[in-house]
Design a protein around this ligand. Structure first.
Ligand code: ADP
Ligand code: MG
Length: 463
Protein backbone atom coordinates (compact mmCIF):
# COMPACT_ATOMS: atom_id res chain seq x y z
CA UNK A 1 0.00 0.00 0.00
CA UNK A 2 2.64 2.46 1.11
CA UNK A 3 4.78 1.84 -1.93
CA UNK A 4 1.88 2.41 -4.28
CA UNK A 5 0.84 5.60 -2.52
CA UNK A 6 4.43 6.78 -2.49
CA UNK A 7 4.73 6.14 -6.18
CA UNK A 8 1.49 7.96 -6.87
CA UNK A 9 2.67 10.96 -4.89
CA UNK A 10 5.99 11.05 -6.69
CA UNK A 11 4.22 10.65 -9.95
CA UNK A 12 1.67 13.40 -9.44
CA UNK A 13 4.35 15.67 -8.02
CA UNK A 14 6.35 14.98 -11.15
CA UNK A 15 3.38 15.74 -13.34
CA UNK A 16 2.78 18.96 -11.45
CA UNK A 17 6.40 19.96 -11.77
CA UNK A 18 6.32 19.03 -15.41
CA UNK A 19 3.14 21.01 -15.91
CA UNK A 20 4.76 23.98 -14.21
CA UNK A 21 7.72 23.67 -16.54
CA UNK A 22 5.42 23.38 -19.48
CA UNK A 23 3.40 26.40 -18.42
CA UNK A 24 6.52 28.43 -17.86
CA UNK A 25 7.71 27.39 -21.27
CA UNK A 26 4.40 28.38 -22.80
CA UNK A 27 4.53 31.79 -21.15
CA UNK A 28 7.91 32.34 -22.66
CA UNK A 29 6.74 31.26 -26.05
CA UNK A 30 3.57 33.29 -26.30
CA UNK A 31 3.39 37.04 -26.40
CA UNK A 32 6.92 37.66 -27.44
CA UNK A 33 6.51 36.22 -30.87
CA UNK A 34 4.02 38.98 -31.60
CA UNK A 35 6.79 41.48 -31.01
CA UNK A 36 8.99 39.39 -33.27
CA UNK A 37 6.61 40.43 -36.03
CA UNK A 38 7.72 43.99 -35.71
CA UNK A 39 11.30 43.13 -36.47
CA UNK A 40 10.58 40.74 -39.31
CA UNK A 41 11.37 43.62 -41.60
CA UNK A 42 15.00 43.06 -40.66
CA UNK A 43 14.81 39.95 -42.78
CA UNK A 44 15.11 41.88 -46.00
CA UNK A 45 18.17 43.80 -44.89
CA UNK A 46 20.04 41.15 -42.98
CA UNK A 47 19.28 37.81 -44.45
CA UNK A 48 19.71 38.07 -48.20
CA UNK A 49 22.91 36.19 -48.77
CA UNK A 50 22.35 35.88 -52.45
CA UNK A 51 20.12 38.69 -53.34
CA UNK A 52 19.62 38.93 -57.04
CA UNK A 53 20.07 35.38 -58.16
CA UNK A 54 20.96 35.72 -61.81
CA UNK A 55 17.86 34.20 -63.27
CA UNK A 56 17.79 35.89 -66.64
CA UNK A 57 14.89 33.92 -67.92
CA UNK A 58 12.02 32.45 -65.98
CA UNK A 59 10.92 29.10 -67.28
CA UNK A 60 8.13 29.43 -69.79
CA UNK A 61 5.79 26.95 -71.30
CA UNK A 62 7.89 26.87 -74.48
CA UNK A 63 10.90 24.85 -73.45
CA UNK A 64 10.97 21.26 -74.54
CA UNK A 65 12.98 18.11 -74.26
CA UNK A 66 14.49 16.00 -71.52
CA UNK A 67 15.96 17.61 -68.41
CA UNK A 68 17.32 16.39 -65.12
CA UNK A 69 17.34 17.84 -61.64
CA UNK A 70 19.12 16.95 -58.48
CA UNK A 71 17.67 18.20 -55.20
CA UNK A 72 20.00 18.17 -52.22
CA UNK A 73 18.19 19.61 -49.23
CA UNK A 74 18.88 17.70 -46.07
CA UNK A 75 18.85 14.06 -45.22
CA UNK A 76 17.58 12.82 -48.56
CA UNK A 77 18.23 13.88 -52.06
CA UNK A 78 16.10 13.38 -55.11
CA UNK A 79 17.06 12.75 -58.68
CA UNK A 80 14.41 13.89 -61.12
CA UNK A 81 13.80 13.50 -64.84
CA UNK A 82 11.24 15.65 -66.65
CA UNK A 83 10.08 15.67 -70.22
CA UNK A 84 8.86 19.09 -71.34
CA UNK A 85 6.34 19.25 -74.17
CA UNK A 86 7.17 22.69 -75.56
CA UNK A 87 4.67 25.38 -76.56
CA UNK A 88 2.07 25.05 -73.84
CA UNK A 89 2.78 21.36 -73.52
CA UNK A 90 4.08 21.81 -69.98
CA UNK A 91 5.55 18.92 -68.06
CA UNK A 92 4.62 15.83 -70.07
CA UNK A 93 6.29 13.34 -67.83
CA UNK A 94 8.23 13.33 -64.58
CA UNK A 95 10.05 10.55 -62.78
CA UNK A 96 12.06 10.68 -59.61
CA UNK A 97 13.94 8.62 -57.12
CA UNK A 98 14.79 9.46 -53.53
CA UNK A 99 18.11 8.43 -52.06
CA UNK A 100 19.13 8.87 -48.44
CA UNK A 101 22.54 10.21 -47.54
CA UNK A 102 24.49 8.01 -45.14
CA UNK A 103 25.22 10.14 -42.03
CA UNK A 104 28.99 9.63 -42.24
CA UNK A 105 29.03 11.38 -45.62
CA UNK A 106 27.47 14.49 -44.06
CA UNK A 107 30.63 15.15 -42.08
CA UNK A 108 33.25 13.48 -44.29
CA UNK A 109 35.03 14.82 -47.37
CA UNK A 110 33.64 16.81 -50.26
CA UNK A 111 34.74 14.23 -52.85
CA UNK A 112 33.07 11.39 -50.95
CA UNK A 113 29.75 13.23 -50.75
CA UNK A 114 29.74 14.34 -54.38
CA UNK A 115 30.91 10.94 -55.65
CA UNK A 116 27.99 9.35 -53.83
CA UNK A 117 25.55 11.84 -55.37
CA UNK A 118 27.02 11.51 -58.86
CA UNK A 119 26.88 7.72 -58.64
CA UNK A 120 23.20 7.79 -57.66
CA UNK A 121 22.53 10.18 -60.52
CA UNK A 122 24.38 7.95 -63.00
CA UNK A 123 22.34 4.95 -61.84
CA UNK A 124 19.15 6.93 -62.34
CA UNK A 125 20.21 8.07 -65.82
CA UNK A 126 20.76 4.41 -66.69
CA UNK A 127 17.03 3.78 -66.16
CA UNK A 128 15.90 6.13 -68.95
CA UNK A 129 13.00 4.48 -70.73
CA UNK A 130 11.52 4.53 -74.20
CA UNK A 131 11.22 8.08 -75.57
CA UNK A 132 13.17 9.49 -72.64
CA UNK A 133 16.60 9.85 -74.20
CA UNK A 134 18.25 13.14 -75.14
CA UNK A 135 18.24 14.03 -78.84
CA UNK A 136 21.25 12.57 -80.68
CA UNK A 137 24.41 14.61 -80.22
CA UNK A 138 22.97 16.55 -77.29
CA UNK A 139 24.43 16.54 -73.82
CA UNK A 140 22.10 15.88 -70.91
CA UNK A 141 21.41 18.99 -68.84
CA UNK A 142 20.74 19.31 -65.14
CA UNK A 143 19.30 21.82 -62.70
CA UNK A 144 21.03 21.51 -59.35
CA UNK A 145 18.98 22.41 -56.28
CA UNK A 146 21.49 22.90 -53.52
CA UNK A 147 19.77 24.21 -50.41
CA UNK A 148 22.57 25.65 -48.38
CA UNK A 149 23.77 29.26 -48.30
CA UNK A 150 25.70 29.99 -51.49
CA UNK A 151 27.28 33.13 -52.92
CA UNK A 152 25.98 32.82 -56.44
CA UNK A 153 28.40 33.92 -59.18
CA UNK A 154 26.31 33.04 -62.24
CA UNK A 155 23.22 31.01 -63.07
CA UNK A 156 25.36 27.89 -63.00
CA UNK A 157 28.00 28.54 -60.39
CA UNK A 158 28.21 29.56 -56.76
CA UNK A 159 30.48 29.16 -53.76
CA UNK A 160 29.33 27.53 -50.55
CA UNK A 161 29.24 30.04 -47.69
CA UNK A 162 28.59 27.48 -44.96
CA UNK A 163 26.91 24.17 -44.37
CA UNK A 164 23.72 23.95 -42.27
CA UNK A 165 21.23 21.23 -41.20
CA UNK A 166 23.77 18.81 -39.79
CA UNK A 167 26.25 18.90 -42.68
CA UNK A 168 29.81 19.85 -41.88
CA UNK A 169 32.43 19.26 -44.58
CA UNK A 170 35.26 21.75 -44.36
CA UNK A 171 36.75 21.24 -47.80
CA UNK A 172 33.55 22.26 -49.61
CA UNK A 173 33.29 25.65 -47.90
CA UNK A 174 34.31 28.42 -50.31
CA UNK A 175 34.27 26.05 -53.30
CA UNK A 176 32.01 26.23 -56.34
CA UNK A 177 29.49 23.48 -55.65
CA UNK A 178 28.75 23.07 -59.37
CA UNK A 179 32.48 22.49 -59.90
CA UNK A 180 32.45 19.88 -57.14
CA UNK A 181 29.49 18.10 -58.73
CA UNK A 182 30.90 18.35 -62.25
CA UNK A 183 34.23 16.85 -61.18
CA UNK A 184 32.43 14.00 -59.44
CA UNK A 185 30.29 13.33 -62.55
CA UNK A 186 33.49 13.14 -64.58
CA UNK A 187 35.01 10.73 -62.07
CA UNK A 188 32.03 8.38 -62.37
CA UNK A 189 31.88 8.78 -66.15
CA UNK A 190 28.59 10.65 -66.39
CA UNK A 191 28.41 13.13 -69.26
CA UNK A 192 26.07 15.85 -68.04
CA UNK A 193 26.16 19.64 -67.85
CA UNK A 194 24.85 21.68 -64.92
CA UNK A 195 22.93 24.57 -66.51
CA UNK A 196 21.33 26.01 -63.41
CA UNK A 197 22.20 26.21 -59.73
CA UNK A 198 19.38 27.18 -57.40
CA UNK A 199 18.31 26.52 -53.88
CA UNK A 200 14.99 24.94 -52.93
CA UNK A 201 13.19 28.25 -52.40
CA UNK A 202 14.21 29.58 -55.82
CA UNK A 203 13.36 26.25 -57.45
CA UNK A 204 9.96 26.15 -55.76
CA UNK A 205 9.28 29.76 -56.73
CA UNK A 206 10.26 29.21 -60.37
CA UNK A 207 8.29 25.97 -60.54
CA UNK A 208 5.29 27.59 -58.86
CA UNK A 209 5.24 30.56 -61.25
CA UNK A 210 5.52 28.27 -64.24
CA UNK A 211 2.08 26.95 -63.38
CA UNK A 212 0.57 29.99 -61.72
CA UNK A 213 1.55 33.66 -62.18
CA UNK A 214 -0.08 34.55 -58.84
CA UNK A 215 2.75 32.83 -56.98
CA UNK A 216 4.64 35.60 -55.17
CA UNK A 217 6.78 33.65 -52.74
CA UNK A 218 8.06 30.22 -51.84
CA UNK A 219 8.51 28.85 -48.37
CA UNK A 220 10.32 25.69 -47.32
CA UNK A 221 9.37 23.89 -44.13
CA UNK A 222 11.34 20.67 -44.23
CA UNK A 223 14.55 19.61 -42.55
CA UNK A 224 15.38 23.31 -42.54
CA UNK A 225 13.43 26.44 -43.37
CA UNK A 226 13.85 29.30 -45.83
CA UNK A 227 11.83 31.60 -48.06
CA UNK A 228 12.17 33.54 -51.29
CA UNK A 229 9.94 36.13 -52.88
CA UNK A 230 9.63 38.30 -55.93
CA UNK A 231 10.55 41.92 -55.33
CA UNK A 232 10.49 45.02 -57.49
CA UNK A 233 14.12 45.56 -58.38
CA UNK A 234 14.14 49.24 -57.41
CA UNK A 235 13.12 48.27 -53.89
CA UNK A 236 16.37 46.39 -53.29
CA UNK A 237 18.97 48.77 -51.84
CA UNK A 238 21.67 46.08 -51.81
CA UNK A 239 21.48 45.62 -55.58
CA UNK A 240 23.92 47.80 -57.53
CA UNK A 241 23.93 45.89 -60.83
CA UNK A 242 21.85 46.49 -63.92
CA UNK A 243 18.13 46.35 -63.36
CA UNK A 244 16.46 43.43 -65.10
CA UNK A 245 14.04 44.21 -67.93
CA UNK A 246 11.11 42.70 -66.09
CA UNK A 247 11.77 45.07 -63.18
CA UNK A 248 11.51 42.09 -60.86
CA UNK A 249 14.04 40.13 -58.91
CA UNK A 250 13.96 37.14 -56.68
CA UNK A 251 15.19 37.53 -53.12
CA UNK A 252 16.42 34.48 -51.33
CA UNK A 253 15.92 35.52 -47.74
CA UNK A 254 17.91 32.78 -46.01
CA UNK A 255 15.43 33.39 -43.22
CA UNK A 256 16.61 30.35 -41.34
CA UNK A 257 19.54 32.48 -40.28
CA UNK A 258 17.28 35.18 -38.86
CA UNK A 259 17.89 36.01 -35.25
CA UNK A 260 16.67 38.70 -32.96
CA UNK A 261 16.49 39.36 -29.24
CA UNK A 262 12.73 39.31 -29.69
CA UNK A 263 12.62 35.65 -30.64
CA UNK A 264 11.16 33.55 -27.82
CA UNK A 265 14.28 31.52 -27.08
CA UNK A 266 14.37 29.28 -24.04
CA UNK A 267 17.23 27.59 -22.20
CA UNK A 268 16.50 24.49 -24.31
CA UNK A 269 17.04 26.42 -27.52
CA UNK A 270 20.22 27.96 -26.18
CA UNK A 271 21.65 24.56 -25.21
CA UNK A 272 20.63 23.01 -28.52
CA UNK A 273 22.37 25.84 -30.37
CA UNK A 274 25.57 25.66 -28.34
CA UNK A 275 25.85 21.91 -28.87
CA UNK A 276 25.01 22.07 -32.59
CA UNK A 277 27.42 21.83 -35.53
CA UNK A 278 26.78 25.53 -36.30
CA UNK A 279 26.48 27.41 -32.99
CA UNK A 280 25.14 30.94 -33.24
CA UNK A 281 23.78 30.35 -36.73
CA UNK A 282 20.36 29.47 -38.16
CA UNK A 283 18.56 30.44 -34.94
CA UNK A 284 15.13 30.86 -36.59
CA UNK A 285 15.58 27.48 -38.29
CA UNK A 286 16.49 25.87 -34.97
CA UNK A 287 13.15 26.77 -33.39
CA UNK A 288 10.97 26.05 -36.42
CA UNK A 289 12.17 23.29 -38.68
CA UNK A 290 11.85 19.53 -38.87
CA UNK A 291 15.42 18.78 -37.98
CA UNK A 292 15.03 20.38 -34.56
CA UNK A 293 11.47 20.22 -33.19
CA UNK A 294 11.73 16.64 -31.93
CA UNK A 295 15.10 17.43 -30.41
CA UNK A 296 13.64 20.37 -28.47
CA UNK A 297 10.94 18.07 -27.09
CA UNK A 298 13.63 15.57 -26.05
CA UNK A 299 15.53 18.29 -24.22
CA UNK A 300 12.47 19.43 -22.26
CA UNK A 301 11.62 15.82 -21.41
CA UNK A 302 15.16 15.24 -20.20
CA UNK A 303 14.92 18.25 -17.92
CA UNK A 304 11.57 16.99 -16.62
CA UNK A 305 13.17 13.63 -15.92
CA UNK A 306 16.24 15.08 -14.24
CA UNK A 307 14.66 17.80 -12.19
CA UNK A 308 11.18 16.49 -11.50
CA UNK A 309 11.66 12.70 -11.72
CA UNK A 310 9.01 12.72 -14.42
CA UNK A 311 9.83 9.15 -15.43
CA UNK A 312 10.58 7.94 -11.91
CA UNK A 313 13.76 7.75 -9.88
CA UNK A 314 16.09 7.08 -12.76
CA UNK A 315 16.53 9.14 -15.86
CA UNK A 316 15.88 6.92 -18.90
CA UNK A 317 19.33 6.56 -20.52
CA UNK A 318 18.05 6.78 -24.11
CA UNK A 319 16.59 10.18 -23.35
CA UNK A 320 20.13 11.51 -23.11
CA UNK A 321 20.94 10.75 -26.76
CA UNK A 322 20.77 13.87 -28.96
CA UNK A 323 18.38 13.70 -31.91
CA UNK A 324 17.03 10.27 -30.91
CA UNK A 325 13.48 11.68 -30.91
CA UNK A 326 12.80 12.82 -34.47
CA UNK A 327 10.09 15.24 -35.53
CA UNK A 328 8.04 12.50 -37.25
CA UNK A 329 7.92 10.66 -33.87
CA UNK A 330 6.85 13.86 -32.16
CA UNK A 331 4.18 14.44 -34.78
CA UNK A 332 2.86 10.88 -34.38
CA UNK A 333 2.52 11.43 -30.62
CA UNK A 334 0.95 14.85 -31.11
CA UNK A 335 -1.67 13.43 -33.48
CA UNK A 336 -2.56 10.51 -31.22
CA UNK A 337 -6.35 10.50 -30.97
CA UNK A 338 -6.78 7.29 -28.99
CA UNK A 339 -8.37 7.62 -25.55
CA UNK A 340 -5.40 5.99 -23.79
CA UNK A 341 -2.82 7.76 -25.99
CA UNK A 342 -1.38 4.44 -27.03
CA UNK A 343 0.75 5.91 -29.83
CA UNK A 344 2.48 8.09 -27.24
CA UNK A 345 2.98 5.01 -25.09
CA UNK A 346 4.44 2.96 -27.89
CA UNK A 347 6.77 5.73 -29.14
CA UNK A 348 8.10 6.19 -25.62
CA UNK A 349 8.66 2.46 -25.41
CA UNK A 350 10.14 1.90 -28.86
CA UNK A 351 12.35 4.97 -29.09
CA UNK A 352 13.20 5.88 -25.54
CA UNK A 353 12.73 2.45 -23.92
CA UNK A 354 10.40 3.97 -21.36
CA UNK A 355 7.64 1.56 -20.40
CA UNK A 356 4.77 2.01 -17.96
CA UNK A 357 3.67 5.57 -18.52
CA UNK A 358 0.48 6.84 -16.98
CA UNK A 359 -2.21 8.59 -18.99
CA UNK A 360 -1.40 11.79 -17.12
CA UNK A 361 2.21 11.61 -18.22
CA UNK A 362 1.23 10.91 -21.79
CA UNK A 363 -1.08 13.92 -21.75
CA UNK A 364 1.72 16.13 -20.51
CA UNK A 365 3.91 14.89 -23.36
CA UNK A 366 1.24 15.65 -25.96
CA UNK A 367 0.93 19.11 -24.46
CA UNK A 368 4.66 19.57 -24.73
CA UNK A 369 4.60 18.57 -28.41
CA UNK A 370 1.80 21.07 -28.90
CA UNK A 371 3.74 23.90 -27.30
CA UNK A 372 6.87 23.28 -29.35
CA UNK A 373 4.97 22.82 -32.63
CA UNK A 374 2.74 25.83 -31.96
CA UNK A 375 5.69 28.11 -31.41
CA UNK A 376 7.29 26.96 -34.67
CA UNK A 377 4.07 27.22 -36.65
CA UNK A 378 3.22 30.69 -35.35
CA UNK A 379 6.71 31.97 -36.07
CA UNK A 380 6.54 30.54 -39.59
CA UNK A 381 3.27 32.38 -40.08
CA UNK A 382 4.88 35.57 -38.77
CA UNK A 383 7.62 35.16 -41.40
CA UNK A 384 5.06 34.83 -44.18
CA UNK A 385 3.18 37.87 -42.91
CA UNK A 386 6.52 39.72 -43.01
CA UNK A 387 6.77 38.99 -46.75
CA UNK A 388 3.14 39.91 -47.42
CA UNK A 389 3.57 43.21 -45.58
CA UNK A 390 6.80 43.96 -47.42
CA UNK A 391 4.98 43.49 -50.72
CA UNK A 392 2.10 45.66 -49.57
CA UNK A 393 -0.36 42.84 -49.94
CA UNK A 394 -1.59 43.04 -46.36
CA UNK A 395 -4.54 45.26 -47.19
CA UNK A 396 -7.48 44.85 -49.52
CA UNK A 397 -7.51 47.93 -51.73
CA UNK A 398 -10.90 49.08 -53.05
CA UNK A 399 -12.39 45.64 -52.66
CA UNK A 400 -9.81 44.33 -55.14
CA UNK A 401 -9.39 40.60 -55.01
CA UNK A 402 -5.74 40.14 -55.88
CA UNK A 403 -4.64 36.60 -55.07
CA UNK A 404 -1.26 36.00 -53.46
CA UNK A 405 -0.11 32.42 -53.71
CA UNK A 406 2.69 31.04 -51.56
CA UNK A 407 4.28 27.91 -53.01
CA UNK A 408 5.17 25.64 -50.11
CA UNK A 409 7.48 22.65 -50.08
CA UNK A 410 8.84 20.49 -47.29
CA UNK A 411 8.06 17.39 -45.30
CA UNK A 412 7.28 19.27 -42.09
CA UNK A 413 4.45 21.23 -43.68
CA UNK A 414 3.29 18.29 -45.74
CA UNK A 415 3.12 15.67 -43.00
CA UNK A 416 2.68 17.53 -39.70
CA UNK A 417 -0.93 18.60 -40.05
CA UNK A 418 -1.26 20.16 -36.59
CA UNK A 419 1.73 22.31 -37.50
CA UNK A 420 0.36 23.38 -40.88
CA UNK A 421 -3.15 24.04 -39.61
CA UNK A 422 -1.81 26.14 -36.74
CA UNK A 423 0.32 28.06 -39.21
CA UNK A 424 -2.69 28.75 -41.39
CA UNK A 425 -4.96 29.83 -38.55
CA UNK A 426 -2.22 32.16 -37.31
CA UNK A 427 -2.04 33.73 -40.78
CA UNK A 428 -5.78 34.39 -40.57
CA UNK A 429 -5.42 35.81 -37.11
CA UNK A 430 -2.61 38.15 -38.13
CA UNK A 431 -3.96 39.32 -41.46
CA UNK A 432 -7.66 39.30 -40.75
CA UNK A 433 -10.34 37.35 -42.53
CA UNK A 434 -10.66 39.63 -45.55
CA UNK A 435 -6.97 39.74 -46.49
CA UNK A 436 -6.30 36.12 -45.71
CA UNK A 437 -9.10 35.06 -48.04
CA UNK A 438 -6.81 36.19 -50.86
CA UNK A 439 -3.72 34.41 -49.54
CA UNK A 440 -3.36 30.85 -50.72
CA UNK A 441 -0.76 28.39 -49.45
CA UNK A 442 -0.18 25.84 -52.16
CA UNK A 443 1.71 22.65 -51.44
CA UNK A 444 4.16 22.22 -54.31
CA UNK A 445 5.34 18.74 -53.73
CA UNK A 446 8.78 18.32 -55.24
CA UNK A 447 8.44 21.88 -56.52
CA UNK A 448 12.07 22.58 -55.76
CA UNK A 449 13.33 19.81 -58.04
CA UNK A 450 10.90 20.39 -60.91
CA UNK A 451 11.66 24.11 -60.74
CA UNK A 452 15.38 23.41 -61.10
CA UNK A 453 14.74 21.20 -64.14
CA UNK A 454 12.65 24.01 -65.66
CA UNK A 455 15.42 26.53 -64.99
CA UNK A 456 17.92 24.15 -66.57
CA UNK A 457 15.66 24.14 -69.63
CA UNK A 458 15.35 27.93 -69.80
CA UNK A 459 19.13 28.25 -69.48
CA UNK A 460 19.96 25.40 -71.84
CA UNK A 461 23.10 25.66 -73.96
CA UNK A 462 21.02 24.70 -76.99
CA UNK A 463 18.60 27.64 -76.90
P1 ADP B 1 14.48 18.40 -47.11
O1 ADP B 1 14.14 19.59 -46.30
O2 ADP B 1 15.68 17.72 -46.64
O3 ADP B 1 14.43 18.64 -48.58
P2 ADP B 1 11.85 17.20 -46.90
O4 ADP B 1 11.19 18.37 -47.47
O5 ADP B 1 11.57 15.88 -47.48
O6 ADP B 1 13.40 17.29 -46.82
O7 ADP B 1 11.45 17.18 -45.36
C1 ADP B 1 11.95 16.19 -44.53
C2 ADP B 1 11.71 16.63 -43.13
O8 ADP B 1 10.32 16.71 -42.89
C3 ADP B 1 12.25 15.64 -42.12
O9 ADP B 1 13.55 16.01 -41.72
C4 ADP B 1 11.27 15.74 -40.97
O10 ADP B 1 11.75 16.64 -40.04
C5 ADP B 1 10.02 16.32 -41.57
N1 ADP B 1 9.00 15.27 -41.60
C6 ADP B 1 8.91 14.22 -42.43
N2 ADP B 1 7.85 13.46 -42.13
C7 ADP B 1 7.24 14.04 -41.08
C8 ADP B 1 6.08 13.73 -40.28
N3 ADP B 1 5.35 12.66 -40.50
N4 ADP B 1 5.78 14.58 -39.29
C9 ADP B 1 6.52 15.65 -39.05
N5 ADP B 1 7.61 15.99 -39.74
C10 ADP B 1 7.97 15.20 -40.75
MG1 MG C 1 13.63 19.73 -50.03
Amino acid sequence: GKVAVGAAVVCSAAVCAAAALVVRHRMRCSGRWVRAMAILREFEENCGTHIGTVIRKSPRQEENGLFYALDLGGTNFRVIRVLLGGRDGGVVKQEFEEVSIPPHLMTGSSDALFDYIATALANFVATEGEGLHPSPGKQRELGFTFSFPVRQTSISSGNLIKWTKGFSIDDTVGEDVVGELTKAMERVGLDMRVSALVNDTIGTLAGGRYYNPDVIAAVILGTGTNAAYVERAQAIPKWHGLLPKSGEMVINMEWGNFRSSHLPLTEYDQDLDVESLNPGEQIFEKIISGMYLGEIVRRVLLKMAEEAAFFGDTVPPKLKIPFILRTPHMSAMHHDESSDLRVVGSKLKDILEISHTSLKMRKAIVELCDIVATRGARLSAAGIVGIIKKLGRDAVKDGEKQKSVIAMDGGLYEHYSKFSSCMESTLKELLGEEVSDNIVIKLSNDGSGIGAALLAASHSQYL
